[in-house]
Design a protein around this ligand. Structure first.
Ligand code: 13P
Ligand code: SF4
Length: 308
C-alpha cells in the first residue's frame, strides 16, 4: 500500500510536468479510480464534465472516463486535442443504439422529438434533437412542447424515470447500464436492514423497482451535493463505487455504504495513472469526430446546455 502511494505520487508529479508542457487539462468522471480523480483538474458528472470541456482554454483535454465522454468533448471543442488514455474504455449502454436503428425508429414516429442520453455515440447524437444527462434529463424533457411525443434513447430506466417525473409520453429504447442493472430490490432491502435510518440515494440508471425504493434519485454530482448539504449522517449508495472517494473526501464525518458490492464499471476502472502519463507523452489515443457528424451532434449538445 505504501509502495503504491509512493508510485502514485511519483506518477502524479510526472503527469503535472507533462500537463504544463502540453497546456493540458485533466477531466475525470466520478467513477474513476481514486488516484486518477486525485490528479484531475476537475471531477464531475457527465453534465459538469461537458460544461468544463466547452469552457476550458487548454490546448489538450485528457478525458479520464469512457469513449462517449471524450467524444462529447471533441464535439464541443474541435480545435482541441482530446485524449482518452484507455482507448478501449467504452460504455456498453451507449453501444445499445446505432444511428441506423434510430433512423428506423424515427420513420415509425415521424412527429416525435428524439432525446438522447449523453451516453451515446456522436452518430446517434447527430440523429437526435436534443441531448440530456442524468442531471438534467427531467428539465430537458420538460422543455419540449407538450404536444410532442418523445423517443428516448438508449436508457430505458432513465427514460422510465423521466416519464414518471414529467407525465410525458415516452417511446423507450431497450438499452440499459449493465453495472446499475445489477442492483436489485433485495440488495436495497438488505442494505436498509443493515443501516436503518440511512438515506437511500440511487442513480436513475437503476431499475424502476429499485428507484421506487430510494429516498433520493440523483446524478453522481447530485449525490455529492445532497450529502454535503443534507443533515443526515448515513447514506446507502446505489451507483458505481468510484463515487465513494469524493463522498468520503467531501463529507468526512458522514458514513456511506454501498447498496451492493457488484456496482463496479470495468470500463471506468480501465484508466490508470500510467495510461494518463503515456497519453500525455505520446499525445495518443486521440478522439476525433468527422466534421459532418460533429456539426449535427453539436446542435443536440448545445440545445441541452442551453436548457436552464
Ligand atoms: P452521471 O455522472 O452523469 O450521473 O452519469 C453516470 C454514468 O453512468 C456515466 O457513465
Ligand atoms: Fe456506461 Fe454504466 Fe459504465 Fe456508466 S456505469 S459508463 S452507463 S456501463
Amino acid at each position: 500500500m505504501a509502495d503504491n502511494r509512493r508510485g502514485f505520487s511519483d506518477l502524479a508529479e510526472e503527469i503535472t510536468e507533462l500537463k504544463k508542457k502540453r497546456n493540458a487539462v485533466i477531466l475525470a468522471h466520478l467513477y474513476q479510480r481514486p488516484e486518477v480523480q486525485d490528479i484531475a483538474d476537475f471531477t464531475g458528472d457527465s453534465l459538469g464534465l461537458s460544461q468544463e470541456a466547452a469552457q476550458t482554454d487548454a490546448d489538450v483535454i485528457v478525458f479520464c472516463g469512457v469513449h462517449f465522454m471524450a467524444e462529447t468533448a471533441a464535439i464541443l471543442s474541435p480545435r482541441k486535442t482530446v485524449l482518452l488514455p484507455e482507448s478501449n474504455a467504452g460504455c456498453p449502454m451507449a453501444d445499445m443504439v446505432t444511428a441506423d436503428a434510430l433512423r428506423e425508429k424515427k420513420k415509425e414516429f415521424p412527429d416525435a422529438v428524439v432525446v438522447c442520453y449523453v451516453n451515446s455515440s456522436a452518430d446517434v447524437k447527430a440523429e437526435s434533437d436534443i441531448c440530456c444527462t442524468s442531471a438534467n434529463a427531467v428539465k430537458v424533457v420538460k422543455s419540449i412542447p407538450e404536444h410532442n411525443r418523445i423517443i428516448f434513447v438508449p436508457d430505458k430506466n432513465l427514460g422510465h424515470y423521466v416519464g414518471l417525473q414529467t407525465g410525458r409520453e415516452i417511446i423507450y429504447w431497450p438499452g440499459y447500464c449493465n453495472t446499475h442493472d445489477k442492483l436489485t430490490v433485495s440488495d436495497i432491502q438488505k442494505a436498509k436492514n443493515a443501516h436503518p435510518g440511512a438515506v437511500v440515494m440511487v442513480h436513475p440508471e437503476c431499475r424502476p423497482e429499485v428507484v421506487a425504493l430510494a429516498d433520493e434519485v440523483f446524478s453522481t454530482s447530485g449525490m455529492i451535493k445532497f450529502a454535503n448539504d443534507n443533515g443526515g449522517r448515513e447514506y446507502i449508495i446505489g451507483t458505481e463505487i468510484g463515487i465513494l472517494h469524493q463522498l468520503q473526501r467531501r463529507c468526512p464525518d458522514k458514513k456511506f455504504f454501498m447498496a451492493s458490492n457488484k456496482l463496479i464499471c470495468p470500463n471506468m476502472k480501465a484508466t490508470t495513472l500510467e495510461k494518463v502519463k503515456w497519453a500525455l507523452q505520446e499525445m495518443h489515443p486521440r478522439i476525433t469526430v468527422p466534421e459532418a457528424v460533429r456539426e449535427k451532434a453539436l446542435g443536440a449538445v448545445k440545445r441541452m446546455i442551453a436548457v436552464k
